[in-house]
Design a protein around this ligand. Structure first.
Ligand SMILES: NC(=O)c1ccc[n+]([C@@H]2O[C@H](COP(=O)([O-])OP(=O)(O)OC[C@H]3O[C@@H](n4cnc5c(N)ncnc54)[C@H](OP(=O)(O)O)[C@@H]3O)[C@@H](O)[C@H]2O)c1
Length: 334
């Protein structure tokens, strides 16, 4: 039997779905040891939740026997390191986030631990909501939502033409699960879509010149940190729309703020920031051509269902000795 511990809050019917995956799975789920979710598909749970010493002991015992774990407590590198040290039998950890590589790196696990455990990220789980949000940002800025809101509050009835998407060029930087879905939706809107993978990073400065809209859906790695630098932003087309749903530190945020403030860029829709929560002093709050969402664009009521689907498939593969979907490469941490 393979002992599987669910270390994240989950709906009982989804736990049952996992129990039906294979008779060889022995699935442990003790919700009273986990922080109660604040909203559907919340993996962090009530922030003031703390286990009693007794519960902490029970949780440690549960983890000690685990060969497979879903989620890690409170999704922090510190708690991930704790979990790995308390789970000597752990072989496979299914993470809930696409960006889990960064937390794994920050947990500073030993080479032995990285070699012993296969980590799978939640890559793909957020593709639909983030691609929708990216197109929402492009549409909102193309149709000048900020002006519509201003005019509405002033009860102003003004006539003016608005732009449209067919024939416009969309550049998708990062053609993973999210980027590919952005590309698919962009094509459905009649946009001419180009995209960049890891091997094509060098083409970004050239491709941004021709892009009317740019969507960044990159992981944060040593290679991508600061990749969209001041020079790249300066090379962007006048009036381009910029969207970031990957990670904030991939962008030179100051240079972006300058380009938005001077109206070189038409506007930006940002879900991720160099520092989160976005500091109250950030000029981004003041810019009316910027749409801000507090790293919530991926949150969806369907998230747990999608994660369970991915985990169920990975459990089948794990039992069959096959390759896991979205296994984190621990040399590049994504
Ligand atoms: N806003 C949110 O709440 C939220 C939610 C989920 C994910 N995210 C972020 O979005 C990222 C992407 O998610 P995903 O599910 O699409 O990941 P994914 O499927 O792993 O795809 C990552 C993509 O980025 C490309 N890439 C990596 N390094 C690159 C580089 N230096 N230059 C150009 N392209 C590079 C990869 O290229 P190859 O195809 O060549 O490997 C791949 O196409 C995550 O890592 C996470 O940080 C944010």
């Amino acid at each position: 039997m393979v002992r599987v511990v669910i270390a994240t809050p989950l709906e009982p019917e989804l736990v049952d779905r996992l129990r039906r995956v294979d008779d060889r799975l022995d699935i442990a789920f003790e919700p009273e040891l986990l922080p109660p979710p604040r909203y559907p598909s919340d993996h962090v749970g009530e922030l003031d939740f703390e286990r009693t010493p007794d519960q902490e002991q029970r949780f440690a015992e549960l983890i000690a026997d685990a060969e497979v774990v879903l989620g890690f407590p409170r999704e922090s590198p510190r708690r991930l390191a704790w979990l790995v040290r308390h789970a000597p039998k752990l072989r496979f950890l299914q993470c809930m986030y696409a960006g889990a590589g960064q937390q794994i790196r920050a947990a500073e696990l030993t080479d032995d631990e990285l070699g012993r455990i296969a980590f799978a990220s939640g890559s793909g789980v957020h593709a639909t909501p983030l691609a929708e949000w990216s197109l929402f940002g492009i549409l909102a800025l193309t149709k000048d939502l900020p002006r519509l809101l201003r005019d509405k509050s002033a009860r102003r009835w003004d006539h003016y033409p608005v732009d449209e998407l067919p024939g416009k060029t969309l550049l998708v930087v990062g053609l993973g699960e999210i980027g590919r879905e952005v590309a698919r939706l962009g094509e459905a809107f009649g946009m001419h879509v180009t995209g960049v993978r890891r091997s094509e990073t060098h083409r970004i400065p050239e491709l941004v010149r021709d892009a009317d809209a740019i969507v960044v859906a990159l992981p944060l790695t040593d290679e991508t940190r600061g990749l969209i630098d001041r020079e790249t932003i300066a090379a962007m087309r006048e009036g381009a729309i910029f969207v970031n749903v990957g990670r904030g530190a991939v962008i030179d945020e100051e240079a972006l703020i300058d380009a938005l403030g001077s109206r070189k860029l038409r506007g930006a829709a940002l879900d991720v920031f160099a520092e989160e929560p976005l500091p109250k002093s950030s000029p981004l709050w003041e810019l009316d051509n910027v749409i801000i969402s507090p790293h919530t664009a991926a949150l969806s009521v369907k998230e747990n269902e999608r994660i369970v689907e991915l985990f169920a498939e990975n459990l089948r593969r794990y039992l069959a000795g096959g390759e896991l979907i979205s296994r984190v490469r621990t040399n590049v941490f994504y």
